[in-house]
Design a protein around this ligand. Structure first.
Ligand code: G3P
Length: 218
C-alpha cells in the first residue's frame, strides 16, 4: 500500500520523507490556504522533496478554465498529478488531461457510481472521502469496499483507489485489508500509526533488565 501525505506543510513532508514514509503528497485548496503560501511555489517545493505523485487541485468550475489550470499545474513539475472535482466538467477535464499523459486524481468522491465514472474517464487516482461520510453517520469504509470490488470486476480499469479524508489509524488498517492502493494521511495520523503502549512498556522493561547486567554492546 502506498502512503501519501495529506498536507501542504513542507516541513512536515520533509520530516516524513526523511523517515521513508512518503510515496506521494496530496493537497487541496483548503490545505494550500492553510499553508499561507503561493500555490505554485509550495507545489514546486513539495515536488522537489518527493519523486512520487504530488496532487495539485484546479479551482475553476468550468471545463475550459479547468483544463487551462490543469495544464499549468502539470507544467510546474513532472511529478504533479492534477486534481479535479467529481463533476461533469471535472470528468471532461480528466479525460483530456489523461489523454495527454497527465495523471489525474479525481477528488470529492462519495459514491461507487461516481468512482466508476472517474475510472471510465481515465483517472489515475480516485479519492473517496471516508472521514466526511463517517462524519454524517454513513459508513465511509463501505464505500471503499464497493469501489475496490467494482474495479476488480473490470481489469481494464487502471484507476487506483486513493483513500482520503482519513481520520485515524483504523481507517488505514481497514483500507489496507480491503486492498485499497493508496491512503493519503494527515501527518499526525502517520505518527499515530507507530504508537502502541505495550511497545513502549516492553522496551522500557528490556532496557531496565539489560542495565542490571552492567554490560554494553559496544
Ligand atoms: O485529500 C482530501 C482530504 O484533505 C480531505 O480531508 O479531513 O478535509 O475531510 P478532510
Amino acid at each position: 500500500m502506498k502512503f501519501f501525505v495529506d498536507t501542504a506543510e513542507v516541513s512536515e513532508i520533509r520530516a516524513l520523507a526523511e523517515a521513508g514514509l512518503v510515496d506521494g503528497v496530496t493537497t487541496n485548496p483548503s490545505l494550500i490556504a492553510k499553508s499561507g503560501r503561493n500555490m505554485a511555489e509550495v507545489i514546486a517545493e513539495i515536488c522537489a522533496i518527493t519523486p512520487g505523485p504530488v496532487s495539485a487541485e484546479v479551482t475553476a468550475t468550468d471545463f475550459e478554465t479547468m483544463l487551462a489550470e490543469g495544464r499549468y499545474l502539470r507544467g510546474i513539475a513532472k511529478n504533479v498529478a492534477v486534481k479535479v472535482p467529481l463533476t461533469e466538467a471535472g470528468l471532461r477535464t480528466c479525460r483530456v488531461l489523461a489523454g495527454e499523459g497527465t495523471p489525474v486524481n479525481v477528488t470529492l468522491c462519495f459514491s461507487p457510481a461516481q468512482a466508476l465514472l472517474a475510472a471510465k474517464a481515465g483517472a489515475a487516482f480516485i479519492s473517496p472521502f471516508v472521514g466526511r461520510l463517517d462524519d454524517i453517520s454513513t459508513d465511509g469504509m463501505s464505500l471503499i469496499a464497493d469501489i475496490v470490488q467494482i474495479y476488480r470486476n473490470y481489469p481494464a480499469l487502471k484507476t487506483e483507489v486513493l483513500v482520503a479524508s482519513v481520520r485515524h489509524p483504523i481507517h488505514l488498517v481497514q483500507a489496507a485489508k480491503l486492498g485499497a492502493h493508496v491512503a493519503t494521511l494527515p501527518p499526525q495520523v502517520i505518527r499515530q500509526l507507530l504508537k502502541h503502549p505495550l511497545t513502549d512498556s516492553g522496551l522500557a522493561a528490556f532496557l531496565a533488565d539489560w542495565k542490571k547486567t552492567g554490560q554494553s554492546i559496544l
